[in-house]
Design a protein around this ligand. Structure first.
Ligand code: ADP
Length: 619
């Protein structure tokens, strides 16, 4: 997964998770606070309505009591009852007058649906505002039985004669002697109840209070059910609980099937359940609003996280990607790639370090390239040098070789001249001839030396393990004449074996011994040859020490070059001996030098590298 996506995801996870947890707890908290607040509000509505209901009933009770206590009933009515004769026109008149004078104005004023009087001895309805009820038998009705002794309220019941629920309030009618003559009873208008109970508290739109009787019938109209009162039954959780005489609240579906919070209470005095409900949607609206706000917040936070992820991508991953690209380019060998990261953070530092490393590498590679170029340039020069060296050698060889022929001719003719004209030539001519012969001899020597010099490489044998003791023996043998003549004494240390060309080393040794004898001066030559191993350079250092005339240090270098001589003809020589020594030693990979002081002898040194067995030997 890319870094930017990972960052965005992480930010989103952390922020959305924390918002959600916070949102969840705030939601639950507010929900329970609102629930508590609503339940207490609904409970107080129930208490209020209950008290309104009770005072309404007691009002109705009072008006019946007052009417029953009016003097009219004590006097005239009592008489009328005693002389009750339905056929008597006076009685009929009184009957009519009673209804019109008292009953109708009463039910009108007090809002009763019916007012009637039941005879105490047989329970027959004597007078009623409802003509149909007159003459009916009511002796078994509770309101009659109790109404004989006191004011009585018969709670809502189903009236068979009225074919509907009713609530009847009754009171005894007494004569002058306080004797019971009849029972006065009135049916209250239950529509009034609907009006009282349904009156809204005005705080909530869906607030709904209604009364239910023990047979599950609506006694008052609920807010959303006009005409339900006394017609419909209801079986919700709230109603069921209240009918079991429980007080409390619950969340359930109401009579319409709407989810509500309902507070229920059983009023034992009137045997009715009072229920106040409110739609859950309305109650929880603020909480849902809060929840929605949190959802929006979470979405916002999620979007911001993505934005943050992008920002991180710009600020961190982009430079990192550029760095990755740079490393990739470097891997491909592109050293000219330039990183464009100008940041001061860790990524910037990393980029700067990278650039510096790249620069160093570039420089190294450039110098390496130059080195390679230089090496190949030198290789070309070396080849050229070898070639011209070979050319030169060839030239020297050819020239020397070709010169020998005319030289031999000159020498032959000189000998002939001397032989044939010996007697005709004077003393000077003989001298001149001998000078010329000497010149030829020297020239011959020179040519030989030149040939030796030029053939050092050409005439080299395959390198092998050569015993320096035997080399020295050969050299001494070759110089036997000079040694004997000079009575030279030659001593030496134990000499090692070295990988080399034997003939060449005999030549070196021979030249050095010859010089030591030649330049011995007045002393009898004493020559000592020794060898020392130099571990640090892994080479053998040989030395040839004499007791001769010595050399001025200023000529130390010069004597090793061709034809360089420090003396006149008192010392014979071509000036090629040391040049040949130098050439041979260098051909073996060694060095030559001299240490000397005039009149104190000289020591010539040369080195031969010690080759390991694995090293190949140049031929
Ligand atoms: P040559 O011996 O033919 O003159 P070399 O090349 O052998 O030429 O020597 C060069 C010169 O170095 C000699 O002429 C001599 O002056 C000097 N030289 C060489 N060897 C010795 C020596 N052992 N002692 C003193 N001088 C020497």
């Amino acid at each position: 997964m890319k870094l930017a996506v990972r960052f965005s995801f992480l930010f989103m996870l952390v922020s959305v998770l924390s918002t959600s947890i916070l949102g969840y707890f705030s939601f639950q908290n507010s929900k329970s606070i609102i629930e508590k607040e609503i339940v207490s509000h609904l409970t107080s509505i129930n208490i209020l309505k209950e008290s309104e209901l009770k005072s309404w009933i007691s009002d109705k009770k009072n008006s019946i009591e007052l009417l029953a206590a009016s003097p009219y009933f004590k006097d005239e009515f009592a008489e009328m009852i005693v002389q009750h004769d339905p056929e008597n026109p006076v009685h009929l008149l009184m009957h009519k007058a009673l209804k019109e004078g008292y009953f109708f104005p009463f039910i009108e004023r007090e809002n009763f649906t019916e007012l009637f009087i039941i005879r105490q001895d047989d329970g027959i309805v004597l007078i009623s505002t409802d003509n149909k009820q007159e003459g009916k038998y009511k002796a078994d009705m509770l309101y009659f039985i109790h109404g004989k002794t006191e004011t009585f309220v018969q709670n809502v019941y189903y009236s068979v004669s009225l074919q509907q629920p009713a609530m009847t309030i009754s009171a005894p009618l007494k004569g002058r002697n306080d004797n019971l003559i009849a029972v006065l009873a009135g049916n209250v208008d239950l529509a009034d109840l609907s009006e009282i109970i349904g009156r809204m508290s005005g705080l909530h739109e869906t607030e709904d209070t209604y009364l239910v009787n023990k047979f599950n019938f609506f006694i008052t109209d609920p807010k959303f059910g006009k005409g339900y009162a006394l017609n419909k039954a209801v079986f919700t959780d709230g109603v069921e609980a209240a009918l079991k005489h429980q007080d409390g609240f619950a969340l359930y579906d109401d009579y319409r099937g709407e989810p509500v919070i309902g507070v229920f209470h059983w009023i034992p005095e009137v045997e009715l359940a009072i229920i106040t409900e409110i739609n859950q949607v309305e109650v929880y609206a603020p909480v849902y609003k809060l929840r929605n706000n949190f959802i929006f917040l979470a979405i916002g936070v999620a979007l911001s996280s993505i934005l943050a992820g992008l920002l991180v991508s710009i600020n961190i991953t982009k430079p990192i990607n550029r760095l990755v690209e740079g490393v990739r380019e470097l891997g491909k060998g592109n050293l000219n790639y330039r990183l464009d990261i100008r940041k001061r953070d860790e990524v910037g530092i990393l980029a700067a370090e990278f650039s510096a490393a790249e620069e160093k590498l570039r420089k190294t590679i450039v110098s390496r390239d130059e080195l390679i170029k230089e090496v190949s340039r030198r290789e070309i020069i070396e080849k050229e040098l070898i070639r011209s060296n070979a050319d030169l050698e060839r030239f020297v060889y050819v020239a020397s070789h070709d010169l020998q022929e005319p030289l031999r001719m000159i020498s032959s003719y000189l000998l002939l001249l001397e032989k044939r004209y010996r007697d005709k030539l004077d003393g000077d001519a003989h001298d001149f001839i001998s000078f010329a012969v000497e010149g030829v001899r020297r020239m011959h020597q020179l040519i030989n030396d030149l040939l030796t010099y030029s053939r050092v490489e050409k005439h080299a044998e395959a390198f092998k393990n050569v015993d320096m003791e035997s080399v020295l023996e050969h050299a001494i043998a070759n110089s036997r004449a000079a040694i004997t003549e000079s009575k030279a004494e030659i001593t030496h240390d134990v000499l090692p074996k070295v990988v080399s060309s034997e003939t060449h080393l005999i030549q070196v040794m021979q030249n050095l011994i010859a010089n030591a004898i030649k330049f011995s001066g007045k002393n009898i030559p004493a020559i000592h040859i020794s060898a020392k191993h130099d571990k640090s350079r892994n080479e053998w250092i040989f030395s040839v020490k004499d007791n001769g005339i010595g050399i001025d240090p200023q000529y130390f270098d010069r004597i090793f070059t061709m034809f360089q001589r420090l003396h006149g003809y008192e010392y014979p020589g071509t000036g090629m001996g040391l040049a040949i020594v130098k050439r041979i030693i260098e051909y073996h990979g060694g060095r030559v030098w001299v240490e000397s002081e005039p009149d104190r002898g000289s020591t010539f040194y040369f080195t031969i590298p010690e080759l390991s067995k694995t090293e190949t030997v140049k031929i």
